[in-house]
Design a protein around this ligand. Structure first.
Ligand SMILES: [Zn+2]
Length: 87
C-alpha cells in the first residue's frame, strides 16, 4: 500500500482583465502511485458548472483567487477587489 509520501503539484494561473483578476487552479498527485489528492475544507463543486472558489474535477482540483500586493503595507488579508460574486 502506498504511503503517499512524494508528490507532484500542477498549478495553472489564469488572468482576466477589466478588472484584473487571477485564478489559480491547483492539483496534487502522489508521485509514487499517481493518486489524486483531495482538498477537504474548501467549498464543494458547484453543480451548475460555475467555477467558484473551492474544488472542481470531483474534488481533485482547488480553485483559488490570488492577487499581487496592492500596496507596500498590504498583508494579503483583504479579498481581491473583484471578489464580489455576481449571480
Ligand atoms: Zn501514493
Amino acid at each position: 500500500m502506498c504511503e503517499h509520501s512524494n508528490f507532484d503539484a500542477k498549478v495553472i494561473i489564469k488572468r482576466s482583465d477589466a478588472p484584473p483578476a487571477w485564478r489559480a487552479s491547483l492539483r496534487v498527485t502522489c508521485k509514487q502511485c499517481g493518486m489524486d489528492f483531495y482538498f477537504p475544507g474548501l467549498p464543494p463543486e458547484q453543480p451548475n458548472g460555475i467555477q467558484q472558489i473551492g474544488v472542481a474535477d470531483h474534488g481533485t482540483t482547488a480553485l483559488l483567487d490570488i492577487r499581487p500586493p496592492l500596496t507596500s503595507t498590504d498583508t494579503g488579508s483583504t479579498p481581491p477587489p473583484n471578489s464580489v460574486r455576481r449571480n
